[in-house]
Ligand binder design. Sequence first.
Ligand code: TEU
Ligand code: CA
Length: 560
Amino acid sequence: MDRKWWKEAVAYQIYVRSFKDSNGDGIGDLRGIIEKLDYLKKLGIDIIYLNPINKSPNDDNGYDISDFKDIMDDFGNMQDFDDLLRETHIRDMKLVMDLVINHSSDEHPWFTEAKKSKQSKYRDYYIWKKGEAGTPPNNWGSFFGGSAWEYHEDTDEYYLHLFSKKQPDLNWENNDFREDIKRVIKFWIDKGVDGFRMDAINHIAKDDEFKDGKVHEGKIYGDFLPYVQNLPKVHEYIRDIRKEINNPEIVLIGETGGISYHNAYLYTGADKKELDFTFHFDMHSVGRGEKDWERTPLNLIKDIKEKMSGWQTRDDKEGWCPLFYSNHDTTRTVSRLGNDEDYLEESAKMLATLMFTQKGTPFIYYGEEIGMTNNKGFELEDYRDVAIFNNYKDYVESGLISEENFMKGLQYTSRDNSRTPMQWNDNINGGFTKGKPWIKANQNYTKINVKEQEKNPTSILNYYKKAIDIRKKYQSLVYGEFTEINREHEEIYAYLRELETEKLLIVVNFFDNTPQIKIEKEIDLEKSELILSNYDTDKIKNKLNVLELRPYEARIYLIK
Ligand code: TEU
Ligand code: CA
């Protein structure tokens, strides 16, 4: 296994807008992050991954960039960035930026020039098509509701936007554009950035026939995924970027929907010279029902074991993987995979035990380390996600979906569940801001916050610290062999991690009952040392390798 700094690291994702507001405008910012670097260092963080911080009109909270080489006004200025990068490096932490290059903002100069004339040099930086008698070039629907095409009257053509209409897709077929975007990447590398998370990178190649997509049951528009996701040409463009970067110490992380453990090697295989690892969407869908307002009970084998062990048991040459259960595009981990009602602490700690004992780079999503949960009781006007309001028009105002089901669907699936202000203490808005927060704080900040948990030795936060310490102490958790045991058990997930003579057994119960498991392995638990548990350890009984686990109980044994 070739050793890399980013394989041994623990990462932390910061949704900058919601992390810490330093100037009272209700929006998180770079100086707010600087205030909290010591908190992150103490937690055991090695990599900080920031959601986009470039200049943006914020139609999609920074994922619509109007200047790739400057900092968003809401977050501060380039001096603040230079200070943040320096302070991060002084603390021996690394900084990974979000690189959003599948599209730009419609306020980017390239696009404003492109709109002026079909003869503009920048016209072909984007994807323009004629419509047919007032209708778009095809029936594609955007990820954020409505058509994927926006009509531009002055030049009588439509432009493509897989996301919002203020996010026109960039044309990667255009060589001048590709040379320009390489200059952007070089600019940030020269400033000292340690790596990039490449947003929606699997969409940068489009099928050039622009055929209509299938209109699935209950949908209004055609499905464009087969024509805009993971097409072969994506690899050619990424290899070109990697060659340009030409520095193995710079980590390149993809974001690739529609990819999982059986085909991630297409992007991350050692022989591909493309990405080091890639964010997938496997955990996003767990628990989701047929409709957004429906839930399905957790099926441990199908939803968890097959997926997680699938990533764990790939051949090393297929590449590395992230270990994450939440980010800014899905809901809060403990609400989706755990139990945020009766067993918040136990289940949050159980999930953390998985994250820090598997092979891959753990990514803590801000607030996960204190068990932040989904919102309860947001009204429609409390939501901020651009993806919501087009869908409301398309589906509720047209009567296709009832208001009640639409609102319930948001409660279960909205990205805004994971974008409420970080809960630092029990002051108003969780101590995130002295102003009015850009999005309402989750009202449980009075109970779930950093200050309370720092002083409580059995808090979720202190469990994360212990689990991270254990991960850094035992190399088998980073580079060791993963062997799942008792796959058929429907409530308990159990596996070994081994490296030379070091052997750890991890067992977790995913439910609120007390199942037993007989460890079918030539290990003698009587002689093993229990090195971490989310329950008090003196009441643990296990004889003859039969373990009985309490609700959401998690244990790590050092096998002697
Ligand atoms: O999300 C990408 C994304 O949502 C698509 O890749 C899609 O969900 C996936 O391919 C389905 O298989 C990124 C950011 O994470 C998100 O916050 C932004 O809104 C989006 O791109 C646009 O930049
Ligand atoms: Ca601010």
